[in-house]
Design a protein around this ligand. Structure first.
Ligand code: ZN
Length: 165
């Protein structure tokens, strides 16, 4: 059967950005997802609708349909004090391009990339690392089946590649 809303699709995929391989999943550990519930990025899922097992795909996803555009408000100057441990500046953390795990006011984990280091502040970019990027996906459709009523209710896949409960 073909991929459509409320089907469970099993696919391989490679994700490339600017020609660089970001993620790859082959037949040993394919991606299984429930279509039509917003589980996947919209530009990925939308372009796989209508494909069937044995089909290959080669699709491009614009930033708006992928991880979003770069949000300038998510690029923030932080005080250098945040990078001091016991009064000593952790210069090893402050290399340009370094990904630093931090927390927001509510204690939620955040990842920021070091963009610039000034005398008192550090410019950090909290955008998703793939924000503003065109995504290029290639892969093969391995399997498509109808979702069970329970899966549709839970909005996720049960069994292999999904939730085990
Ligand atoms: Zn469930």
């Amino acid at each position: 059967m073909k991929i459509e809303k409320n089907t469970v699709a099993t696919v391989t995929y490679s994700l490339r950005v600017d020609g660089e391989l970001i993620e790859e999943t082959g037949k040993e550990k394919p991606l299984t997802f429930l279509a039509g519930v917003g589980m996947m990025i919209p530009g990925f899922e939308g372009q796989l609708i209508g494909k069937k097992p044995g089909d290959n795909y080669d699709i491009k996803v614009a930033p708006e349909e992928g991880y979003g555009l770069v949000n300038k408000e998510a690029i923030i100057d932080l005080s250098l004090d945040i990078f001091k441990v016991d009064g000593v500046l952790r210069e090893d953390m402050l290399q340009i391009g370094n990904v630093v795990p931090l927390q927001d006011q509510n204690g939620n984990p955040l990842q920021g990339v070091v963009k610039e280091v000034g005398d008192d502040t550090v410019k950090m970019d909290f955008n998703h690392r793939l924000a503003g990027k065109e995504l290029s996906f290639t892969g093969e459709i391995l399997e498509v089946r109808e979702a069970t009523p329970e899966e549709i209710e839970h909005k996720h896949v049960h069994g292999p590649g999904g939730h085990q409960h």
